[in-house]
Write a protein that binds this ligand. Structure first.
Ligand code: HEM
Length: 293
């Protein structure tokens, strides 16, 4: 197996920061990107490159498409493409502050910071609604098979594709639901994480049951709760060898398959949506050879 960014496979850290960057018009990002590749360890810093950046470099990776927009009754799923995604992972929030300064300085010649989102592990791995998140994630070899490209040659093998969405929860709506309504909307019991059989088809785990898709639609989810002065929610982050599983699940969530939308939309909504390609590693740094660098 080719070397990959190990932060993808590891459990989510205690604290994290998600930064997105746009390209400064008229600049050539080549040298800056080379420096970033040298400095990235793939563990405390996971990097994803957006399609606009690849096109600027005259490169294209066919699997890296545009994030799809969905509109259904009362539901909007936006697409908010951006050039560069950086996931800083740490155990100490102060470390994130210093790493952010270093990263912004390193990128300053060609990239402008667009957004900073602070995230954290909650109650051992729960969403802010109190539900355990990640229970049905693949593990070990299976996780590697799900998340990383293989059989496509040097430069591509070990890379991954990530879908990222910032979801904004509305706790006035969520807290007004009874315990039973909340459990029915997820499809699991909050108290003991037990999967419930007798729940409506709108239950989130009914919409997304990975084995129920043809072909099966497995994802390696590494989502984390976030909060700041503007609100709070879940930073949904899912790694895969392509975007097929994510897109199949998202379609079913918005009700495109059978007209039934995911009960999650009753109390939360996505406010961003981006796709990125996460390069593999080689000799301790990002391998950008697939882009001809
Ligand atoms: C605010 C947004 C979301 C929240 C709070 C949320 C929460 C949860 C929770 C609590 C579970 C059950 C435990 C587990 O297996 O992890 C779950 C399962 C799952 N979620 Fe989400 N989720 C969100 C968005 C999404 C999105 C956007 C997708 C994909 C498009 C997705 C895909 C999945 C999958 C694949 C499972 C496992 C289903 C299974 O095989 O049983 N989730 N989610």
């Amino acid at each position: 197996m080719a070397a990959y960014q190990t932060g993808i496979l590891q459990e989510v850290p205690s604290v994290a920061r998600y930064l997105t960057f746009s390209l400064i018009a008229g600049t050539n990002p080549l040298e800056t990107l080379r420096r970033l590749a040298e400095q990235s360890d793939g563990q405390s810093l996971v990097i994803g490159l957006g399609r606009s950046l690849l096109l600027t470099l005259g490169a294209e990776i066919s699997t890296l498409k545009n994030f799809p927009v969905h509109v259904a009754a009362g539901i909007e799923v936006p697409s908010t493409p951006t050039a560069l995604w950086c996931w800083l992972r740490a155990e100490d929030r102060g470390d994130l502050v210093h790493q952010t300064h270093q990263l912004c300085d390193l990128l300053a010649d060609a990239f402008e910071c667009e957004s900073v989102l602070d995230a954290f592990k909650h109650a051992g791995g729960r969403d802010l609604t109190g539900y355990e998140d990640g229970t049905e994630n693949p593990e070990g070899e299976e996780a590697i098979n799900v998340a990383f490209v293989r059989g496509e040659g040097a430069g591509m093998d070990g890379s991954s594709f990530v879908a990222v969405q910032t979801w904004l929860h509305d706790f006035s709506l969520f807290n007004a639901m009874t315990q039973e309504q909340q459990d029915n909307s997820i499809g699991r019991r909050k108290s003991d994480n037990e999967e419930l059989d007798d729940v409506p088809l709108s239950a989130h785990v009914k919409r997304t049951a990975q084995e129920d898709f043809t072909p099966e639609a497995f994802l390696l989810r590494r989502s984390m709760p976030w909060s700041d002065a503007s609100g709070e929610g879940l930073q949904f982050v899912a790694f895969d060898r392509s975007f097929d599983s994510f897109e199949a699940q998202l379609k079913r969530m918005v009700g495109e398959d059978d007209g039934i939308s995911d009960a999650l939309f009753r109390f939360t909504r996505p406010i961003t949506g981006c796709y990125f390609w996460c390069p593999p590693m080689k000799a301790g740094q990002l391998d950008l050879s697939a882009l001809g660098l």
